[in-house]
Write a protein that binds this ligand. Structure first.
Ligand SMILES: [Zn+2]
Ligand SMILES: [Zn+2]
Length: 84
């Protein structure tokens, strides 16, 4: 038997949604889009560089260093500029 072994590599890494207020994390396989604790929209990727969140314990983006807790006010500024 000869062949390329691919054990150890997970082809589909689990990604998470993160609440930036209480840092509750859920896998994206669930359909929770809003935090059940405080009703804020959960973050699915870094708002700065769009990197998916790969750890439920992430507080900062691994790629650009963006502090996820700032995403709440960041998003608020964007909404304020959007005319309804
Ligand atoms: Zn929350
Ligand atoms: Zn980032």
């Amino acid at each position: 038997m000869s062949g390329i072994e691919t054990d150890g590599e997970d082809p589909s890494p689990v990604r998470f949604r993160l609440c930036v207020r209480c840092f509750r994390a859920v896998p994206t396989s669930t359909n929770e889009r809003y935090c059940i604790n405080d009703g804020s929209q959960m973050l699915e990727q870094c708002p700065m560089c769009k990197t998916p969140i790969s750890s439920p314990y992430a507080r900062y983006c691994a790629v650009c260093g963006f502090e996820f807790v700032l995403a709440d006010s960041w998003r608020g500024q964007i909404e304020m500029r959007t005319p309804l």
